[in-house]
Design a protein around this ligand. Structure first.
Ligand code: BES
Ligand code: MN
Ligand code: ZN
Length: 506
């Protein structure tokens, strides 16, 4: 097994003009807007890269096909005057003076997903927003083919090269393109991890891949194995992991980018490589979705790699607890009591509430490093999906930092929403035998109860945020915008944007 799972991101370049000679196996993505009414027609968004003749040909062809330029509508046409095999018009809906980045990202993603068997992609969408265009294109171009044999593997190589047309190719423009590319590569790394099946990604293998990628990126990496975990008192990770023949791990990856006064951010991600529920076993229907129960870990690893790649001038230390939650003769039982790292005792009333057990250990350990901020993310509760749906992560934590994370998440299009941690929920976690129970007796507010549990383990003075991505990390429906089926990479872009914001604003 290779450490980088299959997917090769396209090469990105910027250019100020279309090539003179015809490019084989190529397509030009052109944004169009609608006049708004039903019998209206699609109009090419003005840009300096297409002359009036080309624009006229495109608009005539679109009218003949009945294309109206509605949002995310794509139409493929042949325009002999242009140096490309075909043109892909992508609708942006009604014309406007300014475009939200997410509209451009999604249009680019839809365009990328509708391109098959073409290697070279050119686009004038980048004249509106270069970075959003490249990000959306690369995120939409993602595919995961590692486990397809010749019988069903795609025959084409996918998109190999993206050329974004821009007004200039100055250093700042090139850096915007490089930024978008680096972000998309990180998201692909997270998606690859989530999409790798539990047969092939178990704690030891996950830790090895994280270590290999981390060391290649210049991070310092340590891995604790099951013996070291038991010796140091990581009772949550050990307790959850002991039902599996594949023992647990705790990975620490550190990026040192800051000077003496720089901020330090801890990241923690839930790495349950498969969640059967344990002895409190889950029903069979859709249990296979629990291959995504390491989505938080995947995003945390991708984010710290990206922080190194982009040389963020802060310190970032990532803790990733990894375990497989299995029922067996050695598994923990409902009613068992374990001791979390740091000494808190917990009555495990439900072995399916395992995420909080491994996370509590990792949060206590992360706080020993004295971070200014702590961001923890996990596919933690089905209640997230009940409350917010499949695409909206819930953020809980310190009021101010929680709101900052939610706002930044919305600006990058991952759309996390701030949720409260009402004081009274703590009473629901009282145990008759231990300091805490791992579940409440109530059916209400499951996402917030889980957040309340985690809050117990965050050290005083650490600004923290918990992002529940139970459904947003894994798209079990059809593809949309730049989001494929399967692993989505959420919340990698949120966490990285928060790190960038902290780098600038403290
Ligand atoms: N990994 C699940 C949460 C989950 C559910 C993620 C659906 C993605 C999709 C978590 O470990 C879990 O089982 N949570 C329980 C908690 C309950 C026992 C308090 C849940 O949500 O049912
Ligand atoms: Mn569970
Ligand atoms: Zn779980």
């Amino acid at each position: 097994m290779s450490t980088s799972a299959g997917y090769q991101s396209p090469v990105v370049t910027v250019a100020t003009a279309l090539p003179r000679r015809k490019v084989a196996s190529s397509v030009l993505i052109v944004p169009v807007v609608s006049s708004g009414d039903d019998d209206g027609r699609a109009t090419v968004v003005a840009n300096p890269f297409l002359d009036a003749e080309a624009v006229g040909e495109i608009e005539v062809a679109l009218e003949a096909l009945g294309a109206k330029g509605g949002g995310e509508q794509v139409t493929r046409i042949v325009v002999p005057a242009l140096p490309v095999s075909s043109v892909l018009a992508v609708g942006l809906g009604k014309a406007r003076d300014e475009w939200p980045a997410e509209t451009i990202r999604r249009a680019a993603g839809v365009a990328a997903r509708s391109i098959n068997g073409v290697e070279n992609v050119f686009t004038t969408l980048s004249a509106i927003d270069l970075e959003a265009t490249i990000e959306g294109l690369l995120l939409g171009a993602y595919r995961f083919t590692e486990f397809r044999s010749g019988k069903t593997a795609p025959k084409d190589t996918g998109i190999r090269k993206v050329t974004a047309l821009t007004a200039d190719t100055k250093a700042a423009t090139k850096d915007s393109a490089a930024h978008a590319e680096a972000v998309a590569v990180a998201v692909a790394t997270a998606r690859d991890f989530v999409n790798t099946p539990p047969s092939h990604l178990f704690p030891d293998e996950f830790a090895k891949r994280a270590k290999a990628l981390g060391e290649a990126a210049g991070l310092s990496v340590q891995v604790l194995d099951e013996k070291a975990l038991a010796k140091a008192g990581f009772g949550g990770i050990v307790g959850v992991g002991k039902g599996s023949s594949r023992p647990p791990r705790l990975v620490r990856l550190e990026h040192r980018g800051g000077g003496r006064k720089a901020k330090k951010v801890a990241l923690v991600g839930k790495g349950i490589t498969f969640d059967t529920g344990g002895i409190s076993i889950k029903p069979a229907a859709n249990m296979h979705h629990m291959t995504s129960d390491m989505g938080g870990a995947a995003a945390v690893i991708a984010t710290v790699l990206l922080a190194a790649r982009r040389n963020l001038p802060i310190d970032v230390v990532a803790y990733v607890p990894m375990a497989e939650n299995m029922p067996s003769a050695t598994a923990q039982r409902p009613g068992d009591v374990l001791t979390q790292y740091g000494g808190t005792t917990v009555e495990v009333l439900n072995t399916d509430a395992e995420g909080r057990l491994i996370l509590a250990d990792a949060i206590v350990r992360a706080c020993e490093d004295d971070p200014d901020y702590l961001i923890e993310t996990s596919t933690l509760t089905g209640a997230q999906t009940v409350a917010l749906g499949a695409r909206t992560p819930g953020v809980m934590g310190s009021d101010e930092f929680r709101d900052r994370v939610a706002g930044i998440s919305q600006s990058v299009g991952e759309n996390a929403w701030a949720m409260p941690l009402p004081e009274e929920l703590k009473d629901d976690l009282k145990s008759t035998v231990a300091d805490l129970a791992n579940v409440s007796g109530s059916r209400y507010a499951g996402m917030l109860v889980a957040g309340t549990y985690l809050r117990e383990f965050v050290a005083d003075g650490v600004e923290w945020a918990h992002i529940d991505v139970a459904a947003p990390a894994y798209n079990s429906g059809g593809p949309w915008g730049y989001t494929p089926k399967g692993g989505t990479g959420v919340p990698t872009r949120t966490m990285f944007a928060v790190l960038e914001d902290i780098s600038v604003n403290g």
